[in-house]
Write a protein that binds this ligand. Structure first.
Ligand code: AGP
Length: 622
């Protein structure tokens, strides 16, 4: 996920690009850059690492870069760490000096998406004497456009079409050709991009908020289509170079709603982004049913020799660890210990050198998790980070990295990062299980296939969200909510309970269902809400019995189980169903209604869902 913006008109482009990028920072914020061309003069490219404010400062709010046509980018790193050299725009020419390029490059471009076969394309271009200065897939795309442009000499449409045919993956690409000053050329497949027009001006952007200040009239460019933007005019083409006619659409959202993609809160937007984030995370590590973990250098011998796995994390990332423990122990038959980072670091742990310590963190900056990582390394234990933010401290210091592909997560309450962390563990469990011969080839393929059905099943759960909204509003004045479950269902309960308390401020607790009778059941009184999570067949009757024990003490029962278990309706007062999947993967589905419950409770109580009181997105102090 990254943000792109472009302007072709009669005003100075740089301030417009910076303003547009400021509305897209939610799509990425590790570096930013702009490229502006002043008529037929050489293009100027300025980039800066860090938040957009660095680029604003460096360009004197855009006034230092002259020209009426330009493209800009705010980056969320996927290939290559966040740095000035890896920041977009990229050029077809030589290595930039000092981050500010004034170079007569044939093609300059920005890109959002992932080019899966970038290595193969890079090798091809290296054979044709292209030199590369960055680690990005985008530089490869820009140079490929240049290559086809020069090879065939028929013009931008042909160069872009040939590039699109060769590239595998997703992209929204905006480029400027030296030979076509004042114009922007764009191409798209599976990454968002809209084009806006008004009198004498044209705009391109990843999302509506970037251009809403200038125009509400937009075109939606389709998959595998190309567009040519000149000031106030846009033409569309298909891969054959035939012109396509399109209708303008008027945007009626207000600016704030537009930034959240039409959702009321970032949390809801991110809940809906989970299917895509899961697909991206699977596709980044599995090619043709083979595992390919780009940043993990563990050898089969190491994996066979591990005697113990530690999973260390905080908050929701810790809850992922609790779920992963069940999956790993079952699929890999290796002992797993899950620890809160803030406890682990101070308990002088005895760590076996033949073990693997897995640190889980969305931000990669959580102070306790970082300290736990350093401690494990000090004790000579191999460390693997499951991290979302590329180039973060935990990613930099760990021996091996599994990058989740959730994209930037803005809401404080994690949803899509949590879901992709689960996927990371399923994949690691399958890989380790294969190597240690606990899982055979056919079962592994069958489980991978089942994993690929998770996104569609999440979509199905989301289709029924209004029922949960109704139920949540009915209980929005609750004082205490108990989430109970056994095994993996207990892990799901932990996350459901945290989602509830952190954004709705309702006291809630997660309990291993079998533990209730050892004390907590005395808290149950008339109307206390019990949410029983029951996705594991073998534990179904046991958890139901624990729920019924609470009901006989006055509790109101909500059950969360899979379609088919309809007899639960005789005992629970309200039931939410999820589709069936392999029982190792049920966390990925069962967590969705619980995220929605927390969300709707908070909304019903009129609270600030995205920024709950007393909390920060990244906890960099202990
Ligand atoms: C969950 O919704 C919270 N925002 C919080 O528990 C979070 O998971 C925890 O602070 C860990 O953060 P990290 O993943 O960035 O390390």
């Amino acid at each position: 996920m990254c943000g792109i913006v472009g302007y072709a008109g009669n005003k100075q482009a740089a301030p417009i690009l910076l303003e547009g990028l400021s509305k897209l920072e939610y799509r990425g914020y590790d570096s930013a850059g702009i490229a502006v061309r002043d008529k037929d003069k050489p293009v100027s490219v300025v980039k800066a690492k860090g938040r957009l404010s660095k680029l604003v400062e460096k360009t004197d709010e855009g006034h230092a870069v002259k020209g009426t046509c330009g493209i800009g980018h705010t980056r969320w790193a996927t290939h290559g760490e966040p740095s000035e050299i890896n920041a977009h725009p990229h050029i077809s020419g030589c290595e930039p000096k000092g981050g500010t390029i004034t170079d007569d490059s044939g093609v300059v471009g920005v890109h959002n998406g992932i080019i899966e076969n970038f290595q193969e394309l890079k090798d091809k271009l290296l054979r044709h004497d292209y030199k590369f200065y960055s680690e990005t897939d985008t530089e490869v795309a820009v140079k490929l456009v240049d290559y086809y442009y020069n090879k065939y000499g028929i013009g931008p449409i042909d160069a872009l079409a040939k590039t699109m045919v060769r590239v595998r993956g997703s992209y929204a690409l905006a480029v400027m050709f030296r030979d076509y000053p004042g114009e922007i050329w764009v191409a798209r497949k599976d990454s968002p991009m809209i084009i806006g027009v008004t009198k004498g001006e044209s705009f391109v952007a990843s999302d509506v908020p970037a251009i809403l200040k200038y125009t509400r009239n937009v075109y939606y460019i389709g998959n595998l289509e190309i567009a040519r933007l000149t000031p106030g005019d846009v033409h569309f083409y298909n891969l054959d170079g035939d012109e396509i006619r399109k209708e303008l659409t008027e945007i009626t959202w207000d600016a704030e709603a537009a930034e959240k993609g039409g959702y009321e809160h970032f949390m809801m937007k991110e809940i809906h982004e989970q299917p895509k984030a899961i697909i991206d995370t699977i596709n980044a590590s599995v090619k043709d049913n083979e595992f390919c973990f780009k940043d993990i250098n563990l050898t089969p011998e190491m994996i066979r020799n591990f005697k113990q796995i530690y999973i260390v994390a905080c908050g929701s990332a810790y809850h992922v660890g609790v779920a992963a423990q069940y999956v790993l122990e079952d699929m890999v038959r290796i002992p797993v210990r899950v620890e809160l980072a803030s406890e682990f670091r101070y308990r002088n742990p005895i760590l076996d050198k033949d073990s693997l310590c897995i640190l889980v963190s969305q931000s990669g900056e959580t102070a306790d998790t970082l300290a736990a990582l350093r401690l494990a390394k000090e004790k000579g234990v191999r460390t693997l980070a499951v991290v979302n933010v590329i180039g973060s401290s935990i990613a930099r210091e760990a021996d091996d990295i599994f990058y989740t592909m959730a994209g930037p997560e803005i809401a404080v309450a994690t949803t899509k990062a949590y879901s992709t962390q689960l996927i990371a563990f399923y994949l690691l469990a399958l890989w380790f299980g294969r190597i240690r011969e606990v899982i055979d080839h056919d079962r592994c393929i069958a489980l991978l296939d089942e994993m690929r059905t998770i996104p569609a099943k999440i979509e199905k759960i989301l289709e029924d969200k209004e029922r949960l909204q109704w139920f949540a509003s009915k209980f929005s004045n609750a004082h205490d909510i108990f989430f109970i479950g056994r095994g993996i269902d207990f892990a799901i309960s932990l996350e459901g309970s945290l989602k509830m308390k952190e954004i709705s401020y309702i006291h809630s607790e997660a309990y291993a269902a079998g533990e209730l009778k050892h004390g907590t059941i005395s808290l149950i009184e008339d109307g206390t809400l019990i949410i029983g999570v029951i996705t594991q067949g073998a534990l179904y009757e046991k958890t139901i019995s624990n729920m019924v024990e609470c009901k006989s003490r006055g509790a109101y029962l909500m059950g969360l189980t899979t379609y088919g278990n309809y007899e639960i309706e005789d005992r629970a007062d309200f039931v939410a169903y999820i589709p069936k999947t392999d029982e190792h993967f049920t966390t990925s589905l069962a967590v969705i209604p619980l995220q929605l419950m927390g969300y709707y409770m908070a909304v019903a109580r009129g609270l600030d869902v995205d920024k709950p009181r007393n909390l920060a997105k990244s906890v960099t102090v202990e």
